[in-house]
Design a binder for this molecule. Structure first.
Ligand code: MGD
Ligand code: MGD
Ligand code: SF4
Ligand code: MO
Length: 790
């Protein structure tokens, strides 16, 4: 077997386009999981590692946040293909060592693709890139902590530091991290949520009083109608398909709403059942609405108007638990069908058929993810889903409710633990009461504001607890330049990524243990805790020896940075928390609402489910004390002639910016990633052919920056006219920093107005300017394609 580092870098010219699939999973999924496992981990390790995945005494899958069944109901192989890939990716035997960094300069590494960077393996030692140096070199842990402390303590204000979190951090690490930031004096705690479900959090807080799902797994099984809107479960929440299959067997109907006919929405061959392997599997969707991106607000209002017209309403629920119904009813009954049809690209007949499914259901579950959260009017779209749910009383009863599908495995837990730039005042009061200091009260920077602060010279220190900030955030060129203006950037990471190569003047890589690995501290073996989409909190224990003896756990890193920076300010026992995570959990039980008795509850098999007032008792802790109907105007995106609306999405072979491989099997793309899916008539209307190579340029008139991404291949695909889709993060240079959702400030990664130019044109026209500006270009291209151009 070839070592990854010897593998040739891929060439986009080898990209193959096959017909898209109409079924998800099947035995190919098992074969792919096993192959990836064995290639990266070897046979023995693959067996040991996968068998512990999502088990009661095992470890929690680090990929998505889909919940586990109750302890007694778990399958011997309680994971999916993409969970297995995530495990193989972390438990790989390949290593990035100090010798590796001595051999490769930062500039050279920056010339490699994200695929190649990730393939090099696990980082084994803390490393530093000193100011002006071309290479990373090893550094001792204590020296690294001291360096961070000196930098932080030399800032003019604590608000000049940014403490980012990606949603893989454990509850223990997250709690310690937010405590540290607040004891240091800032609420600058941006996280990946700011680019992800922030629109959901804002909309749900205003509509129902809590920003989380009101549904547990059992409700999915009891639902009569399940709406799958704006997400791709076959790839991003694959075990969901098993539960959708169960629901269908129990009689549920499924309505899917998506511009793409994603394979996982259509049909599922469960590789864990004989019928899935040998038989014909299960049709998932009963009816598919091929909506135009951003059309969901108009669609839900149109559905609402029909439900009102048919009096298919739950008047008791509306009367007892809600306010604002009359205004909403008056608004939706006047809906302009011509506008609805234009906004959605759907016919009145199609929408009526969908509305009939709502009328026929006494228990509806509404699921959604990034297809709804990353638009300018996302908060309004999600509130409209709430309106329709309220109209039929679909909240706080069995088989019904709101189910935003969280992304990262612990992104929800991190928020619960206080990773939030806008923490509730009551949470800060609890911190004050528990630790005896007054935490900062004003809001901190979210992700987009953090980039602005670095760009504008108002933040000089960046730390990322996981994640890949420069690759995941919008406006890559501007973000890269902003990061390069900081004095010190610190990345707590498992694998090599772009954020190690586009850094502050001085840069630290602090390598950490992952979910698959044992965590032994001075008091003995530790476990960590996490929260999934259905608010279930439970323990996770890794089975493997750490990838290197030099790794520290995330909790140990955070507490030691805190200790180095703050000493014994406020008498917080950082070292005690490092040595024994029960001490962190003790604080959690005192500070975090719903976590009383935390230590006992998380040790139960399957853990415990956090309180959720609307789910538990139809209690709505909103400004009115009721579930709030809210009226929103339908607004159209201005798409000039010659432009299309581009959405950026995930392939089947990546986890966010971590590219596992080049097989987007369900969509028929193999061997490359720089594709734009578009309707054949649009390709022709713009004067191109299927397979033409183009540069993409975004239209954004609020500033004079030209945003572009080069050399993509047009692929004829079944998407609505006037729209297109391409992979993230290659397309992030196109997303304008200031193009964000109202109220949530989430980048509008699912609706960017773009045009095309023949490949090569844009680079020649604009590259020179950008080079002068930031000294660096963003191409993501495979070799030979240097990222730094001299
Ligand atoms: N294997 C794997 N699993 C993952 C991830 C991963 O990268 N890989 N990422 C994790 C994370 S952090 C997240 S947030 C989730 C993301 O999970 P998803 O939200 O499923 O992720 P995307 O690939 O962004 O897919 C967006 C979907 O929404 C559709 N869509 C786009 N615009 C619209 C619209 O306006 N209306 C409607 N109705 N649909 C629209 C797209 O066609 C696409 O099917 O997955 C998590 N799980
Ligand atoms: N254009 C566009 N942009 C988007 C999106 C989109 O749909 N379109 N989606 C957005 C969404 S939903 C999200 S959530 C963000 C994701 O943004 P991030 O969370 O910042 O990015 P990831 O790619 O998930 O981070 C991957 C890195 O995390 C590190 N890592 C992996 N495991 C661990 C661990 O256990 N501990 C630590 N400390 N580090 C670890 C590895 O070094 C790896 O390189 O991107 C957003 N950006
Ligand atoms: S569904 Fe999500 S959490 Fe479950 S095994 Fe698959 S990737 Fe992991
Ligand atoms: Mo996400």
């Amino acid at each position: 077997m070839m070592k990854p580092s010897e593998q040739p870098e891929y060439d986009e010219a080898d990209l193959e386009v096959k017909p898209p699939k109409t079924k998800a999973a099947g035995v190919t999924a098992v074969a792919v999981s096993m192959k990836r496992g064995i290639e990266r981990m070897g046979l023995k390790r693959t067996g040991e590692t996968l068998l512990e995945l999502n088990k009661v005494h095992g470890y929690d899958c680090m990929s998505c946040a889909w919940p586990d069944p109750d302890p007694g109901e778990r399958h011997p192989a309680e994971f999916c293909e993409n969970g297995a890939k995530a495990v193989a990716d972390e438990a790989t035997r390949d290593r990035v060592t100090p010798e590796f960094f001595a051999q490769h300069s930062v500039e050279e590494l920056a010339g490699h693709s994200d695929l190649w960077l990730n393939q090099q393996g696990r980082i084994t030692h803390p490393m530093i890139k000193r100011a002006g140096s071309s290479h990373y070199e090893p550094i001792g842990w204590q020296e690294a902590y001291a360096l961070i402390a000196v930098e932080l303590n030399s800032l003019d204000s604590p608000d000049e530091a940014i403490f980012y979190t990606s949603g893989r951090a454990s509850n223990e690490a997250a709690f310690a991290y937010q405590l540290f930031a607040r004891a240091f004096g800032t609420n600058n705690l941006p996280d990946c949520s700011n680019m992800c479900h922030e629109s959901t959090s804002v909309a749900l807080a205003e509509s129902i009083g809590i920003g989380k799902a009101s549904v547990v797994l059992d409700d999915v099984h009891k639902a009569e109608l399940i709406v799958l809107q704006g997400h791709n479960p076959g790839t991003n929440h694959p075990r969901m398909l098993t539960h959708l299959e169960d629901a269908k067997k129990a009689g549920a109907k499924i309505l899917s709403i998506n511009p793409l006919r994603e394979a996982g929405l259509l049909h599922f061959q469960n590789p864990q059942t004989p019928a899935g392997v040998l038989g014909r599997g299960t049709d998932i969707t009963d009816f598919h609405l091929q909506i135009k991106p951003r059309g969901d607000l108009a669609l839900m209002q149109a559905i609402g108007s029909l439900l009102v017209e048919w009096d298919a309403l739950d008047h008791d629920f509306i009367g007892t638990y809600t306010q604002g119904f009359d205004e909403w009813r008056d608004h939706v009954t006047q809906v302009d069908w011509a506008v609805v049809e234009e906004s959605t690209g759907l016919t009145r007949a199609e929408i009526t058929r969908a509305a009939e499914m709502f009328r026929a259901s006494k228990a509806t579950v509404f699921c959604w993810a990034m297809g709804l959260t990353q638009h300018r009017n996302s908060v309004a779209i999600i509130k409209e889903i709430c309106n329709v749910a309220f109209a039929q009383g679909n909240i706080g009863k069995p088989g019904a409710g709101l189910l935003p599908l969280r992304g990262h495995s612990n992104v929800q837990g991190d928020r619960t633990m206080g990773i939030w730039e806008r923490p509730p005042q009551a949470f800060l009061d609890s911190i004050r009461d528990e630790f005896g200091f007054e935490p900062p009260r004003e809001h901190g920077h979210d992700t987009v504001d953090s980039i602005r602060a670095m760009r504008d010279g108002k933040a000089h220190f960046f730390m990322g607890l996981g994640g890949n900030f420069v690759d995941a955030t919008p406006d890559s060129r501007i973000t890269a330049a902003a990061m390069q203006k900081t004095r010190l950037s610190v990345q707590v990471s498992t694998k090599l990524n772009r954020s190690h190569l586009v850094t502050g003047e001085t840069a630290l890589i602090l390598p950490t243990r992952g979910r698959t690995e044992k965590d032994v501290q001075a008091s003995g073996e530790q476990f960590i805790t996490v929260e999934d989409t259905e608010c279930a909190v439970h323990a996770s224990r890794g089975p493997l020896e750490p990838a290197s003896p030099h790794l520290e756990s995330e909790t140990a890193i955070v507490t030691q940075i805190a200790h180095a920076t703050l000493g014994d300010r406020y008498g917080i026992d950082w070292i005690g928390m490092r040595d024994d995570y029960t001490k962190v959990r003790h604080h959690i039980s005192k500070v975090v609402p719903g976590c009383e008795g935390y230590e006992v509850n998380v040790r139960r098999p399957g853990g415990f489910i956090l309180p959720h007032p609307p789910r538990d008792s139809r209690t709505f802790e909103t400004d009115t004390g009721l579930a709030n109907f809210e009226v929103s105007p339908i607004e159209m995106l201005d798409v000039p002639e010659g432009h299309v609306v581009l959405q950026t999405l995930r392939s089947h072979d990546q986890f966010n910016t971590t590219i596992y491989g080049l097989s987007d099997r369900y969509r028929g793309i193999e061997g490359g990633r720089r594709v734009v899916f578009m309707h054949r008539d649009d390709i022709a209307a713009l004067g191109y052919d299927n397979g033409s190579h183009v540069d993409i340029v975004s239209k954004w008139d609020d500033d004079d920056t030209v945003r572009y991404a080069t050399d993509f291949r047009l692929v004829e695909y079944d998407v609505p006219r006037g729209t297109a889709a391409a992979y993230y993060p290659e397309t992030n240079p196109l997303v304008p920093l200031d193009s964000t959702a109202r109220k949530s400030n989430c980048p509008t990664s699912k609706s960017i107005v773009v045009r095309f130019e023949p490949a090569g044109t844009v680079r020649d026209t604009h590259l020179g300017g950008h080079q002068k500006e930031v000294g660096w270009d963003w191409t993501h291209k495979s070799e030979p394609q240097p990222h730094y151009l001299s």
